[in-house]
Design a binder for this molecule. Structure first.
Ligand code: SF4
Length: 399
C-alpha cells in the first residue's frame, strides 16, 4: 500500500497516545462508542472516545485473535457470534492488546461510560454489557428502528429523543451541560471529514483506480475513530489531493488493471495481504465496497445536529432492507464500472453478509455477476486460503 500522504500510522498513533494519556488523567473522561454510534455527542462533551470494533479489527489483522477467540468461547461466548466481540473479550481476559506493541499503551483505555447503538447489530449491546458488568461502568444504549425500507420523520424523532435522554445521563457523568455550539462544531467537522472520505473513495472511479479496497481499509482508520475532530478533516484533505494527483498521472493501485471488482461485506482482516496479492496477480482492482462506504454520512448538518445525526446513523446500509441494498450495489456497480461482485459471507457477522437472501442472484439477473466466498472478519478457522483462491481465480477468469 503506497497511499499515505501524512502517514495514516502517525494520525492513528497521535489518537492512541492521546487516549492512553486521557485514561491516566483524572481530569479527563473516556467513553467507549460503537463504530457508527453518536461519537459527535461524546466529542462535544469532552470525552476521549475509544472504539472497540477498531480494536477487534486490529486483533484480527495482527492475528492475535487466533489465540483470544477460544478464550471467549470457553467463557460462554459462542464461536457463532461476532468475532470482534470474541476476539476483544478474549484479549481482555488474557490481558493482551496489540495497542501495547503498536502505540505503547499498557492496556485498552478504561471507560467512564459505554455507549452503543444497535443500528448495526445487537452483538454490540452484548459486548458492551460484558464490560459494564466487569468494570461496573454505566452503559447507555441507543435502540433505533432496524432494517428500514426508508427513513421516516418518526424514526428520526425517535432516535433524536433517545439522544436527548442519553445526553442527560452523560451530563450527570461529566458534571457539565452539553454545549450546543460544541456539538454543532463536532457535527460540522464530521460532515467535512465524511465528504472528503467520500471524495477519496470516488477517486477509484478513475481508470486505472489509484486506490483499492485493500488500501481503503487501512486509510479509513481516521473516519472511524476521529469523526468530529479537525485531525480527520486534515488527513483526508491531504489524502484526496495525493489521490487526485495519482488520477492525473494515471498511477494505478494495480498496474495493468484489467478487471474492476466490488467487495461486499466485511474484510478478512487476517488475510488482507493474501487477498490483495491474489486480486493484483490477476490484474483485478477491488475499486468499491460496501464496507468503506459505510462511513459516508452525507446527512450531517450542523444547523440541526441531533436530528441530522439521527438521520445519518439510521440511513446506514446495514440498517436498511434488501431492496435498498440491491439498488445501492447496482448504483455503485454502474458508477465504478464494476465487472463483478465478491460477496463475503462472514460466518460470525450475518448482519454484514448479504448473500443469504438471494441478493447475488437478483443482481446477477440484472447483469452484475458475483460469487460468494465463505470466511470471517477475525476467525480464520472459517476461511480457507485454498478454496477462496480457487473460487476467486475461477471467477476472474470467467469475467
Ligand atoms: S456488525 Fe458484525 S462485525 Fe460489526 S459488531 Fe456487529 S456482528 Fe460484529
Amino acid at each position: 500500500m503506497d497511499v499515505s500522504p501524512m502517514d495514516v500510522k502517525q494520525v492513528m498513533r497521535d489518537y492512541f497516545v492521546d487516549l492512553g494519556e486521557a485514561a491516566k488523567d483524572p481530569g479527563r473522561k473516556v467513553a467507549w462508542c460503537t463504530s457508527v454510534g453518536p461519537a459527535e455527542i461524546l466529542r462535544a462533551m469532552g470525552f476521549a472516545v475509544y472504539f472497540p470494533e477498531n480494536h477487534g479489527a486490529l486483533l484480527g489483522a495482527t492475528r492475535v485473535s487466533t489465540d483470544t477467540i477460544p478464550i471467549a468461547n470457553a467463557h460462554g461466548y459462542s464461536p457463532e457470534i461476532c468475532s470482534y466481540l470474541t476476539s476483544d473479550i478474549g484479549a481482555c481476559l488474557k490481558g493482551v492488546t496489540p495497542l501495547s506493541k503498536a502505540y505503547g499503551l499498557d492496556s485498552v483505555p478504561r471507560p467512564d461510560v459505554l455507549v452503543y447503538c444497535t443500528n448495526q447489530c445487537k452483538d454490540v449491546m452484548h459486548w458492551f454489557s460484558w464490560y459494564a458488568r466487569r468494570w461496573n461502568v454505566p452503559l447507555l444504549g441507543i435502540h433505533p428502528p432496524n432494517h428500514l425500507p426508508e427513513v421516516l420523520p418518526e424514526h428520526v424523532a425517535d432516535v433524536a429523543a433517545q439522544y436527548r435522554r442519553m445526553i442527560g445521563r452523560l451530563e450527570a457523568i461529566t458534571g457539565t451541560l452539553l454545549d450546543l455550539e460544541a456539538l454543532r462544531l463536532a457535527v460540522a467537522r464530521s460532515r467535512e471529514a465524511t465528504d472528503l472520505w467520500e471524495a477519496v473513495l470516488n477517486t477509484a472511479r478513475a481508470r486505472p483506480a489509484p486506490l483499492s479496497f485493500f488500501d481503503g481499509v487501512i486509510v479509513m482508520g481516521p473516519i472511524v475513530v476521529l469523526r468530529g475532530t479537525q485531525a480527520a478533516t486534515d488527513y483526508y484533505r491531504a489524502l484526496l489531493a495525493e489521490l487526485q494527483g495519482k488520477v492525473v498521472a494515471r498511477q494505478a493501485a494495480v498496474p495493468g488493471e484489467r478487471l474492476r471488482i466490488y467487495w461486499e461485506g466485511m474484510p478478512v482482516w487476517g488475510r488482507l495481504r493474501h487477498l490483495s496479492d491474489l486480486f493484483a496477480n490477476n490484474r483485478a482492482t477491488v475499486v468499491a465496497s460496501t464496507y468503506c462506504n459505510s462511513w459516508i454520512f452525507s446527512d450531517f448538518d450542523a444547523a440541526q445536529p441531533l436530528d441530522s445525526m439521527a438521520r445519518a446513523y439510521l440511513k446506514i446500509f446495514i440498517n436498511r432492507d434488501d431492496a435498498y441494498k440491491e439498488a445501492y450495489i447496482e448504483r455503485l456497480a454502474g458508477e465504478f464500472g464494476i465487472d463483478g461482485v465478491v460477496y463475503h459471507a462472514a460466518r460470525t457477522c450475518p448482519n454484514n453478509s448479504n448473500s443469504y437472501y438471494n441478493l447475488p442472484q437478483r443482481l446477477a439477473a440484472r447483469g452484475i455477476p458475483g460469487i460468494v466466498v465463505d470466511g470471517d472478519l477475525c476467525d480464520l478457522r472459517c476461511f480457507s486460503d485454498e478454496q477462496s483462491t480457487t473460487l476467486i481465480e475461477a471467477f476472474l477468469e470467467t469475467l
